[in-house]
Design a protein around this ligand. Sequence first.
Ligand code: GDP
Ligand code: GDP
Length: 435
Amino acid sequence: MANIVAIVGRPNVGKSTFFNRMVERRQAIMDNESGVTRDRHYGYAEWVGKHFTVIDTGGYVTGSEDVFEGAIREQVEEAMNEASVILFMADCHDGLTDLDKDFAKVVRGLKKPVMVVANKADTAEWSYNSAEFYGLGLGDVFPISSASGSGTGELLDEVVKHFEDEGSENPDDGIPRIAILGRPNAGKSSFVNALLGRERTIVTDVAGTTRDTINSRYKLFGQDFILTDTAGIRKKSKVHEDIEFYSVMRALQALQDSDVCVIMIDATRGLEAQDMNIISLALKYKKGIMLMMNKWDLIEKETNTMHKIKEEIDERLGTLSWIPKIFTSVTDKKRIFQAIELAVKVYENRIRKVATSDLNEAILPEIERYPPPALKGKYIKIKYITQLPTLTPTIAFFCNLPQYIKEPYERYLENKIRENFDFEGVPVKLVFRKK
Ligand code: GDP
Ligand code: GDP
């Protein structure tokens, strides 16, 4: 399992400051610049070659008196349960407070390595104060300054000693990676939040290829999946040009990182040129693709409205009508989990390997019924068909004159393959080889 470090402590001791220092994500800076406060509770960090996930529980604990009330307490406890190491943070300037002591009680019950982090030890004088925190009875105290970074190295050296050795197996292999893409305002952030709201589900962050996409692993109704999150794509609030640029970059990275792209569309606006651009990008990278027609609640419905809209979209999609569509309302929580189920199904279709015998049994008779048209008086004979061992579906047709197969016939073959085998949502490549 992944190594997880949870930072806990009462408000204002400096948890987020320390979190941001550890994860050093451009995201954090961007959010500050744009004035957007977006709670990022999970980040990915590395120390001396060891990778780990950091949970900042700061966002869960508000400044209210009732820090231990209800959901907040549960969230913090859950974060601590997930953690391999707990950093209990206190503030040298304030010294040991009653709230610290209350909090320490929760932590003491857990059988986890705990380190007491005495933050804001910016000077030697302040760090003398840190000895006070031994009084918590939680273990060793590490004076640090999150602001300057001093002391953090010694702390992290100690933290990584508690990690389990990472095996060579990536625990996230075989778990669908789903990117939620789409134009601003389609409802992407609302969707991610709605998923989160259904069950408290984040398990951990996992490494993306870059730190600009945030990959959170979820388990909902027994289904594991990873969302490669682009929710940082911002509108309104005085978006700087370069932030816009990073947004696009991040969307692209999320797309590349994913197995399946859920392209979210505002159903009241329909499929627009930008959506088609995202679709062609997803095709280019051979990703699974589905359309999530959101804000369905705003559509005036008569009988068959869904069917009609589907047909309109299919017309727009042309030969790409194999892209599945689901009609959702995130605000009404309509079909949002089905959307994830569909994405998982697309994922499974994408890794589908059809047995050569099944392919030949199903497709050769179709070819016999409607053979490739002869060209320049020559007959084209397709002898057998096999799926190549590629990552995404590629079907090879072995024939005498591969160069004579033209596009309309290729499309016929693709349709027959799709009719016989479930490749819904998945680009299928056909290749013709000489035999
Ligand atoms: P959180 O509520 O625990 O997440 O705390 P924050 O990270 O929001 O920090 C609370 C305040 O403490 C902010 O004003 C920070 O700038 C300040 N702060 C954080 N770390 C340090 C530090 O190492 N030294 C000093 N002097 N101030 C700090
Ligand atoms: P994002 O930019 O794609 O992340 O979109 P947001 O999640 O910020 O949503 C944009 C706006 O659309 C917000 O005001 C949402 O409340 C609203 N919205 C999202 N989903 C739905 C929906 O299914 N129905 C309706 N009526 N509004 C929605």
